[in-house]
Design a binder for this molecule. Structure first.
Ligand SMILES: Nc1nc(=O)c2c([nH]1)NC[C@@H]1CN(c3ccc(C(=O)N[C@@H](CCC(=O)O)C(=O)O)cc3)C=[N+]21
Length: 294
């Protein structure tokens, strides 16, 4: 491997340390302890990993954590009633409903029920619209983490060709908006893109967010490109065990890229750290205080 490894451990640790320091300052000067409510309906495996890591990190940073685990058969009306209670609860500054929700629940109805001020996932149309318009917004955590990792190896992104593979509201679209705001030339590629390998080979910055294990091969990477792998794919590893792999064939891509993020230990760690930063930001804004710079 010739590429620089963009290691999520120290980068996420630095973000968490800043959040902890700011949280301590808020508690001391304003008696304010930011609180994050995470709602999990059913037992999606990716969400279960996330909830475990997040709960621990929230407490470690000195924030308050509220977990609401609801059974798979919870009705949409019951979930909306819980969200209404959390919207009205002054000790809750951030609300995250783990996606996907079970098929009988309309995820857009759920997202739009969350107060935009408490929407630490940045998924409410008010926040995605504000991001697209260049206004202050709560921005989705994974895209924030991607940008943060990129900037550790390349602080100035203006003029670079960025290709984002994947167009979800949670990752693809907002990461493209952040790169655009950094003055990159941005292409969003997806399952219907013609000659995807050729499109990827144009990229100085290649962001993989498709959710398909090792789909992006080494020969899709332009020599010297920076590769950000958002994929969290759990695959069988023999003997009934599983392991996590990304959307990028790591060993191949690491021979060609100038820098690359690993899975695990990459973007996933940053997602959790940025969730804490968003909760701190939401709490500060709700208290009429300036948003801390993380
Ligand atoms: N509303 C909503 N927002 C989300 O951001 C969201 C979601 N729903 N549903 C599920 C996915 C998945 N996701 C992960 C985040 C961090 C890790 C993570 O911490 N990964 C570590 C550890 C993984 C491990 O060792 O098992 C790593 O990549 O190194 C994993 C998965 C957030 N998601």
């Amino acid at each position: 491997m010739s590429a620089t490894l963009i290691d999520g451990k120290p980068i996420s640790a630095a973000v968490k340390a800043k959040v902890a320091a700011e949280a301590a300052r808020l508690a001391r000067d304003h008696g304010l302890v930011p609180g994050l409510a995470v709602v999990l309906v059913g037992e999606d495996p990716a969400s279960t990993v996330y909830v475990r890591n997040k709960g621990k990190a929230t407490i470690e940073a000195g924030l308050r954590s509220f977990e609401h685990k609801l059974p798979e058969h919870t009705s949409e009306a019951e979930l909306l009633a819980l969200i209404a209670r959390l919207n009205a609860d002054p000790t809750v500054h951030g609300i995250l409903v783990q996606l996907p929700v079970p098929a009988h629940i309309d995820s857009q109805a759920v997202i739009q029920a969350i107060s935009p001020d408490k929407d630490v996932d940045g998924l409410h149309p008010m926040n995605s619209g504000r991001l697209a318009s260049g206004l202050a917004a709560l921005v989705p955590c994974t895209p924030l983490g991607c940008l943060h990792m990129l900037k550790t190896v390349r602080p100035q992104l203006a003029g670079l060709e960025a290709v984002v593979v994947g167009r979800s509201n949670l990752v693809g679209k907002p990461v493209a908006q952040l790169l655009l705001a950094e003055n990159c030339t941005v292409t969003i590629a997806h399952s219907r893109t013609r000659d995807l390998p050729a499109v990827c080979r144009r990229a100085d910055i290649l962001v993989a967010a498709v959710g398909r294990p090792e789909m992006l091969r080494g020969d899709w990477v332009k020599p010297g490109a920076i590769v950000i792998d958002v994929g969290i794919n759990r695959v069988p590893a023999g003997e009934g065990k599983t392991r996590l792999i990304g959307d990028v064939a790591f060993a191949e891509a690491a021979e060609i890229a100038s820098a690359i993020t690993p899975v695990p230990g990459g973007v996933g760690l940053m997602t959790v750290a940025c969730l804490l930063a968003n909760t701190l930001k939401a709490a500060s804004m709700q208290a009429g205080l300036p948003a801390p710079q993380i």
